[in-house]
Design a protein around this ligand. Structure first.
Ligand code: S3P
Length: 172
């Protein structure tokens, strides 16, 4: 089996939930990149965006991603923007197996409306404009996400099927 599995995808794609389930199924540890940033710098993500700016957040995100590159037997849920800045996607693909949880803008919108997590990039848009923001940003980000080793449909994700997919990759 691979040492590290990175879950990537848009905000609300279920990376954290799927990551925890996948880690349990594989008997791996689970790490959430946003939580690592918050612990490492003693600051919440919303206050990072508020007190500084997105650029500052991306720098700390990049530095923290580097800390994950040698973690043994880990499933790592990245932030929605992680693959799209610096050489992050190269680092991810060079150090582990990446899985893109791909969902339609409508599904992402629905999930984000129901989510309790505070997301500064969503909150800065009036509710009526969130779907447009998702469509526009997903178009920009897809070229990065599509560089993942595996692309799976994020709606009704089957963790057992994902485990088998990851196993098969190892055998080839
Ligand atoms: C972001 C996604 C968030 C978090 C930050 C920025 C993004 O993580 O890293 O608010 O740029 O898409 P989730 O994808 O876990 O919401």
């Amino acid at each position: 089996m691979h040492l590290r599995i990175y879950l990537i995808g848009f905000m609300g794609s279920g990376k954290t939930t799927a990551g925890k389930r996948l880690a349990r199924a594989l008997d791996y540890a689970f790490t959430d990149l946003d939580s690592m940033i918050e612990e490492r710098y003693h600051v919440t993500i919303p206050s990072l965006f508020e007190k500084y700016d997105e650029h500052a957040f991306r720098t700390l995100e990049h530095e923290t991603l580097k800390d994950t590159l040698t973690l043994p037997r880990h499933v790592i849920a990245t932030g929605g923007g992680t693959p799209c800045f610096f050489n992050n996607m190269e680092l991810i693909n060079g150090s582990g197996i990446s899985v893109y949880l791909r969902l339609s803008p409508a599904s992402l919108h629905q999930r984000l409306l129901n989510s309790k997590k505070k997301r500064p990039l969503i909150q800065r848009h009036p509710p009526a404009e969130v779907l447009d923001y998702i469509k526009r940003t997903l178009d920009e980000r897809d070229p990065y996400y599509l560089r993942a080793h595996h692309i799976v449909k994020g709606e009704d994700l089957d963790i057992g099927a994902l485990c088998r997919l990851l196993d098969k990759k190892e055998a080839t």
